[in-house]
Design a protein around this ligand. Sequence first.
Ligand code: TUI
Length: 326
Amino acid sequence: MTIIKTRICDLLGIEHPIFQGGMAWVASGELAGAVSEAGGLGIIGSGQAPAQWLRQEISKVKTLTKKPFGVNIMLMSPFVDEVMQVIIEERVPVITTGAGNPGRYLPALREIGTKIIPVVASVALAKRLAKSGVDALIAEGHESGGHVGEVCTMPLVPQIVDAVDIPVLAAGGFFDGRGLLAALALGAEGIQMGTRFMCAAECTISPKIKQMVLRAKERDTAVAGRSTGHPVRCLENKLMREMDQAEKNGVPPEAIEKLGVGKLRLAMVEGDTENGSVMAGQIAGAVKKIEPAGEILADVMQSAQREWKRMQRFLPTDKRQESLGG
Ligand code: TUI
């Protein structure tokens, strides 16, 4: 059994330092429960869903596992206050946040002992949040799916690691144990994967979207909506071409924003691969099969072991330490 223990494992009481991204309209209780039960951190993506939906998904997770799990709060959601209320009532052990600054919610969460792990895309916000007492950070690079910052994972992670004292996880472009070891080498203490978990057997999205991810190559994503101030990375399709054309034609940002409304649900739930917003990261090209979440986690850990062993070849024989096992 491959063992990699970081401060994240101790902080949260999880076996492997691997988070499943809290993807809106993708990461339901079923997926989160399976990931947590297998030793990672499963995260429900609350997106723009109302509080009632979240309450139901939290109870689903609680039937699937007794282990820690998380909820992602999308800070642009109109329901963010009521979602926060549910998190407090249900005493959710871990929250991650995205698409904004969670500053004003920190005191209430700290009071109930919830671990707070914001997703950040810049050193400036990482520093500000570390000062305000969050437990860890996720540094998310431009390779990621969905709402993205400008800086790629490789330069972002070490700069955030150097700027703060709390544990940092890396997100954006991760798929297997090679990436996990690379993230550790950059100073991170774990990784978050989204795109690979879209193709987990327990993931409840439309099978048509899973097939689209399985067919995707490394150049098949693009970023749209830069003029709106919150660009999103998706697989190329008709909607993406329309948004691109609208931006080139100088259509005002509010109108471009409108083109995207309701389109994430249209893709993930209805399975509309052409008119929906198929948010996915550049690593989509590496995802080749649908498999249970537990097998994804096992594969990441086993491939980390293989890669660790391979890298030992760069050392003189008497300096080799070939096993990550315990
Ligand atoms: O949040 C994400 N990824 C997302 S959210 C989402 S749902 C959505 N739907 C329509 C439009 C926009 C989003 C899909 N994917 N990742 C975490 C993340 N947060 N990446 C970047 C950021 C971020 C960006 C700016 C965090 C903070 C920030 O600055 C806010 C501030 O006030 O400084």
